[in-house]
Design a protein around this ligand. Structure first.
Ligand SMILES: [Mg+2]
Length: 304
């Protein structure tokens, strides 16, 4: 597997280093004292979409400065939304996890593929779905559209990340796909970063196995589809020209955000891109303190 460590350090945004290592709540005299500092590149942004896995948290551990960043953005009057490709849970659980880790969040603050599925064109005619994914999500799918009782009855294969998946489940999904000819994946993220630098195979890894076996490519509900970003902006009342996506994945956060007309910030060590040419973010920062620096003021100014 490709290592991404060569991508990050040299490319850190020019505006960030002065404050990237300083606590967000602290003064940063070196910036304050600088003669005629350049305007902060994201000063006019009013809607901030934050990725979760690999950006705001790693598994059960909050990223350093995550709670402070959200507090500072909200105190400055900006809308903050959590835009995650998580496919094995529901928004109510994701919001509860945010609160458990120390970030105030309502269920409506979280936009994720399964929650916008009802608006997807593929679901419009309520096709019979063969679902490969966790039970927690299956129940909701069944409320949106009929679930096929046999793989050969499927009109659409729908895919989420199922950590209890067996070879038998994969075989049934392939059979459904070969019968119906259409696969919709909640996301195609190659992997999911968790604690200690470990990676888990993502929904995209399961989709790739089925694509390889069938020759059929998936359609995507979540990032990087433009519709997902547009749905999120409608939810939060923002417009693309004054919105930014902050995330760690070039192919979903950066490519998707740029495709929908948002500004883009890549944070930390990126998940390597499979695209050629690689998506290019508007800004790269080393950590979440660097994100706040792109908005200009120190936290004390925002609060005041
Ligand atoms: Mg991520």
């Amino acid at each position: 597997m490709t290592r991404a460590t060569t991508d990050a350090p040299a490319a850190v945004d020019a505006g960030a280093p002065g404050t990237a290592t300083a606590p967000m709540g602290a003064a940063a005299p070196e910036r304050a004292a600088a003669p005629e500092p350049a305007a902060a590149p994201l000063a006019d942004v009013d809607t901030v979409l934050l990725d979760l896995d690999g950006c705001l948290w790693f598994g059960e551990a909050l990223a350093e400065g995550a709670a402070e960043l959200v507090d500072a953005l909200r105190a400055s009057g900006r809308r903050v939304g959590f835009l995650t490709n998580t496919s094995n849970s529901r928004a109510v659980r994701v919001a509860a996890k945010l609160r458990r880790l120390g970030i105030a969040a309502e269920t409506s603050d979280v936009v994720m593929p399964v929650e916008v599925l009802a608006e997807h064109p593929r679901l419009r005619d309520r096709p019979r779905v063969w679902f490969l994914g966790p039970e927690a999500v299956r129940q909701m799918i069944g409320e949106l559209t009929p679930l096929a009782e046999r793989p050969e009855d499927a009109e659409l294969l729908l895919l989420a990340r199922d950590t209890a998946m067996t070879y038998h489940d994969l075989a049934d999904a392939l059979h459904a796909l070969l019968c119906c000819g259409a696969m919709l994946a909640l996301n195609v993220d190659p992997r999911v970063p968790v604690e200690g630098g470990r990676m888990l195979p993502g929904t995209g890894a399961i989709a790739a196995a089925l694509s390889y076996a069938s020759g059929i490519e998936p359609e995507i509900v979540g990032k990087p589809s433009s519709g997902f970003f547009e749905t999120a902006l409608r939810r939060f009342g923002g417009t693309a020209d004054r919105a930014v996506i902050v995330g760690d994945t070039l192919d979903s956060d950066i490519a998707g955000g740029a495709g929908a007309g948002l500004r883009t910030v890549l944070v930390g060590v990126p998940v390597p891109s499979t695209r050629r040419p690689e998506p290019v973010p508007d800004h790269r920062v080393a950590d979440l303190a660097g994100v706040w620096a792109l908005f200009g003021g120190e936290r004390s100014e925002a609060v005041g």
